[in-house]
Design a protein around this ligand. Sequence first.
Ligand code: AMP
Length: 281
Amino acid sequence: MEIFKTKAALKAFLKPLKASGKKIALVPTMGALHNGHISLIKVAQQNADIIICSIFVNPTQFTDPKDLEKYPRPIEHDLAMLQDAGCNGVFMPNVEEMYPAGADEKWHIDLGNAEFLLEGAFRKGHYQGVTQIVKKLFDAVEPDVAMFGQKDFQQVLMIKNMLAHFNLPITIITCPIIREDDGLAMSSRNIHLTLEDRKHSLVLSKSLQFVLDHFDEYTLAELETKAKALYDGIDGVALDYFTIANGDTLEPAKSKAEDNLVALVAAKVGSTRLIDNMIIK
Ligand code: AMP
């Protein structure tokens, strides 16, 4: 497995591979890898010849400087996981390499109204930062395909909108959410959960599953009310939103007959903010 710190070294590695017709996949991550990330590498291997994983904690997508500071960076562990998974190359640039003009580099593109809903409402400018770095990573790798997790449902939508904006010829593959045995969606942030938080965090997946299990029984409003009620009285858990939304627009679903519905949730569990979702149909 090759490790690259600069775009130039990465491009030099990829050039002959591309010339010989190899299909390149990019798996962008912020590191602190878990089996969710590795599942993306596995899907990438089924869809391409050469797999590049990027590890970059992108400062422009953090709205809370404390969140950026405490983001885990277990690099040796990450490299060992990628090596085991059979990843071909790791791109781990520093901030100057990605933002030579400084991390306050201007970027603003039209991502549509969904940018401002849900996560976008709680983390102002988050998706500008996300699409800014993903565009830079796409420019560095020029992959044929890129893998993203459904875990960040809104992010996939925003990246697809960015791709359309620049008319980039890259196929986006959305990979299923990998969960712990008890249902908690894997996340780099889960290590911040205390033992108590860890128990309480199960309400996220349970409330989403409730909607899936009872979708035919109740109205949309009833489903939301009942799912939200599951959070009542759980110590240290504060719901940011729980919504049943149209999967294309992220606007609240108007009818159960809509053909692309997803339940999405964000909640603070102790001091850790978690997100999760389940596709209804
Ligand atoms: P992150 O390092 O959190 O930015 O995540 C990198 C990629 O891994 C993103 O496309 C995420 O959606 C994806 N990912 C994160 N957690 C999971 C999970 N539990 N299952 C599947 N993919 C995930």
